[in-house]
Design a protein around this ligand. Structure first.
Ligand SMILES: Cc1cc2nc3c(=O)[nH]c(=O)nc-3n(C[C@H](O)[C@H](O)[C@H](O)COP(=O)(O)OP(=O)(O)OC[C@H]3O[C@@H](n4cnc5c(N)ncnc54)[C@H](O)[C@@H]3O)c2cc1C
Length: 287
């Protein structure tokens, strides 16, 4: 096995070009090393250009190399993309969060990866660069080819950053999850919501629950049902029922049965919408 450390995006791409298809990018390694030991590793974990968080022209730009700890502790992300900060703070344990990155979370393509679920609900766009420095922009939910299978070839393309439209006045987002323990347990279900409320009415909503499909997927029927409805208790109950009905879940011997998971989808979606709506209207959250 050979191990090379890239100090810049340009160097990582040159190394990829010289050695594909044997080479694999490694960021934190918290997913990769559980699955395989590739012939040739290109370590992108020290590339500063992949670790920026900034706001530009109404968009939050978050580098693929940003760790969960940094994203979860960022005031800018907490303020403008709250669901993402909340998701990152619930990943694994402090050790995993300190080294695991947002890029790795998405590229590993697990259907219920916490940061990925929040990114899809926030409508995030991934910016990728190939070995010949061509750039392409793709919605995060389009980066999946199947269960645990990315649509991106990690031996030839580098994920640079995510672009997320900054949350404005009248908008709010939230992420919630349920797992057997509060740390070091993958979620039985997680849910993330971004909502816009105008004069007490839901005027825009992105709603994701996972694992429902091979990729973090929006619950489009429930979104449609909620559009134009008042932000009130009756609507949250409708959301719970609709989301549970719409979710095509699988049972898991390790985590929970399909019936229990379906029930959880309803509860978590309803909870996430309520928190996001409260944030959108500037209400006070209970501690
Ligand atoms: C004990 C433990 C607990 C965990 N708990 C959780 C949890 O609660 N929630 C959760 O969501 N995840 C969890 N994870 C999974 C993991 O920590 C995260 O998915 C993490 O974000 C992966 O990031 P990484 O930098 O370690 O990725 P890596 O392992 O370095 O890479 C993963 C994949 O992405 C590719 N890749 C990485 N960066 C790029 C890039 N910039 N461009 C192109 N390809 C790239 C790699 O080639 C590889 O295929 C846990 C893992 C462990 C070991």
């Amino acid at each position: 096995m050979s191990y090379l450390k890239a100090e810049s995006i340009g160097q990582a791409l040159t190394l990829l070009k010289e050695s594909a298809p044997e080479s694999r990018l490694i960021a934190g390694g918290t997913d990769l090393f559980l699955q395989e030991f590739p012939e040739r590793l290109i370590d992108i974990g020290s590339i500063e250009e992949l670790k920026w968080i900034e706001e530009k022209e109404g968009f939050l730009e978050v580098g693929a190399g940003v760790t969960h700890t940094i994203a979860g502790g960022s005031d800018l992300i907490s303020d403008k993309a709250t669901a993402l900060a909340e998701a990152c703070l619930q990943v694994g344990s402090p050790q995993v969060r300190n080294i695991g990155t947002l890029g790795g979370n998405v590229m590993n393509a697990a259907p219920a990866a916490d940061a990925a679920v929040a990114l899809v609900a926030l409508g995030a766009v991934a910016v990728l660069m190939d070995k010949d420095k061509n750039i392409r922009r793709v919605n995060v939910d389009q980066l999946y080819a199947g269960y645990n299978c990315s649509a991106v070839d990690c031996s030839s393309e580098l994920l640079l950053k995510f672009m997320i439209e900054s949350c404005k006045s009248g908008e709010g987002s939230a992420f919630v999850r349920f797992a057997a323990r509060r740390a070091l347990a993958l979620p039985m279900v997680n849910a993330a919501v971004r909502v816009k409320i105008k004069n007490g009415i839901i005027s825009e909503i992105y709603l994701v629950a996972a694992p429902v499909k091979p990729a973090p997927t929006r619950l489009l029927k429930t979104e449609e049902l909620l559009l134009g409805k008042s932000a009130c208790e009756e609507t949250w109950l409708k959301a719970e029922k609709s989301a549970a009905g719409e979710a095509e879940v699988r049972g898991s011997l390790l985590r929970c049965s399909a019936d229990y998971r379906k029930h959880l989808v309803g509860i978590l979606v309803s909870r996430a919408i309520q928190v996001a709506a409260l944030r959108a209207i500037g209400g006070k959250e209970e501690g």
